[in-house]
Write a protein that binds this ligand. Structure first.
Ligand code: NDP
Length: 327
């Protein structure tokens, strides 16, 4: 038996709670992992509260990511004792998730823990941080080099935002952080933001084009914020869109695309190819300042994860929340 945060939905309603479950409840997969840490991402909040239909099978263990140690493997690539990380692939949505002491998954879904990162640090990064890296890689591929101009990061106090700021600043970019929590300006500056702006500047319906401000954008927010970010991106610049914290809508015009030649990159972490993931994790191990990672991370136990799911949706979480599934 082991502990897991299980989502149930039946006549009694939708609920999440820590339960003792047996190994027989684990789904098929070649690799059995003893989980050390998982995390609370925005999507975990949606799954735990039931606010969006993230979980599509009941009962199901929640948790879209985990880091741990291989206990048993039927795949030659992994041996007992290997340290591994998992993000996405429907884990915590249709396949039993990482907010548990054990997980069984397909070998193809795992990434070896990069040298230089502990399991806890990998989950302090988590799916939010790995997605931030995917956004930064998209801007790099576009050719946006340090010194190209300001990079806007929206949802700055969140997980994606915090990691994006730390990464971009370390790489030498001038980062402008957009937040609804101006009282956290000191935290954002410590992560590397050169300037902090009120998210209200971007979150209301705007004009098709505005003053050209950003060489690039990492957007975790969507809706009018994404539309306004596009409308104020400089000629030839790029926007990496990964989130929907404000909304899933995109109330924009084509003006920034056809008059300023800007590019909008869609970022998906869930089904990203293994080679893309490995590259992102290697870059995280190399380019993320671990002292800043530590400064943005808080730790909770498995029993606290239900409340944390509600907290993240309410915008009450700053930075990243790691979950020690063994306490
Ligand atoms: P967090 O909750 O940690 O961060 C979201 C941040 O967005 C908040 O901290 C807040 O920042 C800001 N925000 C919240 N509500 C609003 C609002 N109504 N209007 C404007 N800004 C708002 O979430 P994560 O960092 O874990 O995820 C961020 C987004 O990215 C989510 O939508 C998530 O679903 C998405 N995501 C997508 C992935 C993908 O594969 N595409 C993978 C991972 C995440 P502040 O207080 O500073 O304003």
């Amino acid at each position: 038996m082991f502990k897991a945060l299980v989502i149930e939905k039946d006549e009694a309603g939708y609920r999440a709670g820590v339960r003792e479950v047996g190994d027989d409840a684990l789904p098929d997969g070649e690799v059995l992992v003893r989980v050390a840490y998982s995390t609370i991402n925005y999507k975990d909040g949606l799954a735990i509260t039931g606010k969006s239909p993230v979980v599509r099978k009941f009962p199901l263990t929640a948790g879209i990511d985990f880091a741990g140690t291989v206990e048993a493997s039927g795949d030659a690539r992994y041996r007992p004792g290997d340290a591994v990380v998992l993000n996405g692939w429907g884990v915590g949505e249709t396949h039993s998730g990482g907010l548990a002491q054990k997980a069984r998954v397909k070998a193809d879904w795992l990434v070896p823990l990069p040298a230089g990162l502990s399991a806890r640090q990998a989950m302090a990064i988590g799916t939010a941080g790995y997605t931030a890296m995917l956004c930064v890689l998209a801007l790099e591929r576009h050719g946006i080099a340090p010194g190209a101009g300001d990079i806007l990061v929206t949802g700055a106090n969140g997980g994606v935002g915090s990691v994006a700021i730390a990464l971009l600043a370390r790489l030498g970019h001038r980062v402008v952080a957009s937040t609804g929590r101006l009282g956290e300006a000191g935290y954002l500056q410590a992560l590397g933001a050169a300037e902090v702006i009120d998210r209200a500047e971007l979150s209301a319906p705007g004009k098709p084009l505005g003053r050209e401000r950003w060489a690039g954008v990492v957007d975790a927010v969507g809706s009018h914020t994404l539309a306004n970010a596009c409308a104020t991106t400089r000629y030839g610049g790029a926007v990496a869109a990964c989130g929907l914290a404000q909304g899933m809508d995109f109330p924009a015009t084509v003006a920034p695309f056809i008059l300023r030649g800007i590019t909008l990159y869609g970022i998906d972490s869930v089904m990203a190819r293994p080679s893309v993931r490995m590259a992102a994790w290697e870059r995280l191990a190399r380019d993320l300042d671990l002292a800043k990672l530590d400064a943005m991370t808080s730790e909770i136990g498995l029993a606290d994860a239900v409340q944390a799911g509600a907290d993240i949706l309410a915008g009450r979480v700053r930075g990243r929340l790691v979950v020690d599934v063994n306490r």
